[in-house]
Design a protein around this ligand. Structure first.
Ligand code: ZN
Length: 140
């Protein structure tokens, strides 16, 4: 049988309004290293709460860091958008020229040297046209 713990908590608590400390007035529930503690000031509980607070801080910090990195990535992408769009428009124009040449018969299925016409021209042209339309806020 254990002896009941009597007395109040031995923890000195900071009093924010009076810039001083006072003894915790709560009933002691545990004794650690000869000192009485209430359930709030028990070292194991204090340590667990601190770990919980630090984990929350770390999670918030990681979220802020990720948000900053996401913003930097968005800014980087936005900065190269005009160049990428100009390059895409030039490539789309070239693909249209190839299609026109193919339809006029200026380009044959085979080049006579073992090479063949690319079948990807149409797919690339469609993708480029759709991306350019989306850049203007249009539905492809
Ligand atoms: Zn206490």
């Amino acid at each position: 049988m254990t002896t009941p713990i009597t007395g109040t908590c031995s923890k000195q608590v900071f009093h924010a309004k009076e810039w001083g400390t006072y003894s915790c007035a709560l009933q002691a529930t545990t004794i650690v290293d000869g000192k009485r503690y209430c359930s709030i000031h028990t070292p194991a509980y204090v340590k667990a709460k601190r770990a919980q607070r630090e984990a929350r801080w770390d999670a918030n910090s990681a979220a802020r860091t990720q948000a900053r990195l996401d913003k930097e990535e968005q800014d980087r992408r936005a900065a190269c958008y005009p160049d990428l769009l100009a390059a895409l428009k030039a490539a789309h124009s070239h693909l249209q020229e190839l299609r026109d040449a193919w339809e006029r018969g200026a380009i044959s299925e085979h080049d006579g040297k073992g090479g063949t016409r690319s079948d990807r021209n149409v797919d690339c042209e469609v993708q480029a046209r759709a991306a350019i339309a989306r850049s203007k806020g249009e539905t492809p």
